[in-house]
Design a protein around this ligand. Structure first.
Ligand SMILES: [Zn+2]
Length: 454
């Protein structure tokens, strides 16, 4: 009869299941970490930092590191096993585990979430030390996609830490394909970030089905920025640069471009126009803002409250125009708001107009309005200290700042030859990326090591 003779306690298997990929990445990081440590320590071998007499010198390092036979062990923090527990299960003494983790925490670079379940710890052990029982030599973990923290044992048994910043490159990725279930699924299936699906849908605001994921058989093509390491592993996803969609309701291509005059990056089509804005921020046309969005002392109650909209000062009777195409969902009297109108728009936007003196009497709830239609007149009904329009924009039921809300500008570059040339340049750059095989990258940051706990 064959008996299971594994030396590893069964609970280790249950609790710590690092993926092979994570092991490889972690292994690569520790090798990188050691190389960088050598690079850092070598030039300063004779000149230990004056403020840190304990600083590990090159000679210490060379005596210790190359001679020991180390074993790499990888564990994952779970909800029940904290970092030091994981190290103990991997084989560290309780004291070493605590000292190493204390040193890493003392860097101030580890928030609670960075020590949360799922965080991978890579530990190296000197298997021969401690009369064959083994001894923790170093432990590393990723503080963020670009930063790895390393705690290394000093001869006196305490741990010193270093911060390793990965070499990061700007790159781009392209994903093109056909939707089977949803756009997000199609992006994930090709190793892309699913959250870009929402950005793509926002470029086709008339397509209600695309907002829900799109239809089977519809085609897409996107290019987006990434930060990647030198092996091409994506560390972070950046901005969407291009999106084309070909479906039942939506057809078109949008290119991200930042005109130099405004410095505002937006999506333009090949003709040099942005999307038409869904809403205007200024339903009175030009009017002075007497109170902006945000927290303020309430003029009547004196309490610090969220001002949920923008107040436009204007004389009683000034016409108010619908901020966008939509349907009137409420029209009547609201506590505090006085005479009010609510309009629901596409993409879960809603606009609110309060303190009105009167309504456009041809309107009633349930009717459609177009952007710019007269809906009523400025007044001081409800709780108002003077005639003004209180205007709100709500997105998915949440108050947003009408002035700073990111809405398409509705701009055209067609009559600006200089900007149009730059846009064409950008378009041809992106089209080249779409045609190119494999990612194109440009080098940017360099490797850097900062001793954080000498
Ligand atoms: Zn107000």
């Amino acid at each position: 009869m064959i008996r299971n003779s594994t030396k590893t306690p069964a609970r280790v298997d249950r609790r710590f299941r690092p993926s092979r990929k994570a092991e490889l990445i972690a292994g690569g990081l520790i090798v990188l970490a050691m190389l960088v440590l050598f690079a850092l320590v070598r030039p300063t071998s004779d000149a230990a930092s004056p403020s840190s007499p304990d600083w590990l010198t090159y000679s210490d390092f060379s005596q210790d590191m190359p001679t020991i036979s180390t074993a790499e062990r990888v564990g994952t923090i779970t909800r029940r096993a904290q970092a030091s527990d994981v190290l103990e299960v991997l084989g560290a003494s309780g004291e070493d585990a605590d000292n190493a983790m204390d040193a890493l925490r003392d860097t101030g670079l580890l928030s609670r979430s960075k020590l949360a379940a799922g965080t991978v710890l890579t530990a190296y052990f000197d298997e021969a030390a401690n009369e064959g029982l083994g001894e923790l030599v170093s432990v590393s973990l990723r503080a963020d996609p670009r930063t790895t923290l390393l705690a290394t044992r000093k001869p006196d048994g305490s741990f010193m830490t270093s911060t390793l910043t990965a070499r990061v490159f700007d790159g781009t990725r392209r994903i093109a394909g056909t939707i089977e279930t949803t756009l997000a699924d199609a992006l994930t299936a090709q190793g892309g970030p699913q959250d870009l699906a929402g950005d793509v849908a926002a470029l086709f605001p008339d397509d209600t089905q695309l907002a829900l994921g799109g239809r089977k058989g519809e085609r897409f093509d996107i290019v987006y920025q990434v930060a990647e390491d030198e092996r091409g592993n994506v560390l972070e996803t950046g901005d969407l640069l291009f999106a084309a969609y070909n479906g039942k309701q939506s057809n078109g291509s949008w290119y991200r471009f930042e005109p130099s005059d405004t410095g505002r990056a937006e999506f333009y089509n090949r003709q040099g126009s942005t999307q038409k804005p869904l809403l205007t921020r200024y339903p009175l046309g030009y009017a002075q803002i007497s109170s902006g969005f945000g927290r303020r002392l309430h003029p009547v109650s004196g309490l610090l409250l969220l001002h949920s909209g923008v107040d436009f000062r204007a004389p009683i009777g000034t016409p108010i125009y619908a901020a966008g195409d939509g349907v009137i969902s409420q029209m009547g009297w609201g506590d505090g708001y006085g005479r009010q109108i609510f309009i629901t728009h596409k993409r879960d936007f809603e606009t609110v107009y309060a303190h009105m003196s009167g309504f456009n009497t041809q309107l009633s709830p349930g009717m459609s309005v177009k952007r710019g239609d007269l809906i009523g007149y400025v007044g001081n009904s409800g709780t108002a200290t003077g005639p003004h329009l209180h205007f709100e924009i709500r997105e998915n039921g949440r108050y947003v700042n009408p002035v700073s809300l990111n809405l398409p500008s509705g701009r055209s570059l067609a009559r600006n030859p200089e900007e149009m040339d730059k846009l064409r340049e950008q378009i041809s750059k992106i089209d080249t990326l779409r045609g190119a095989t494999g990612p194109l990258t440009t080098a940017r940051l360099t490797t850097m090591t900062i001793p954080t706990n000498p």
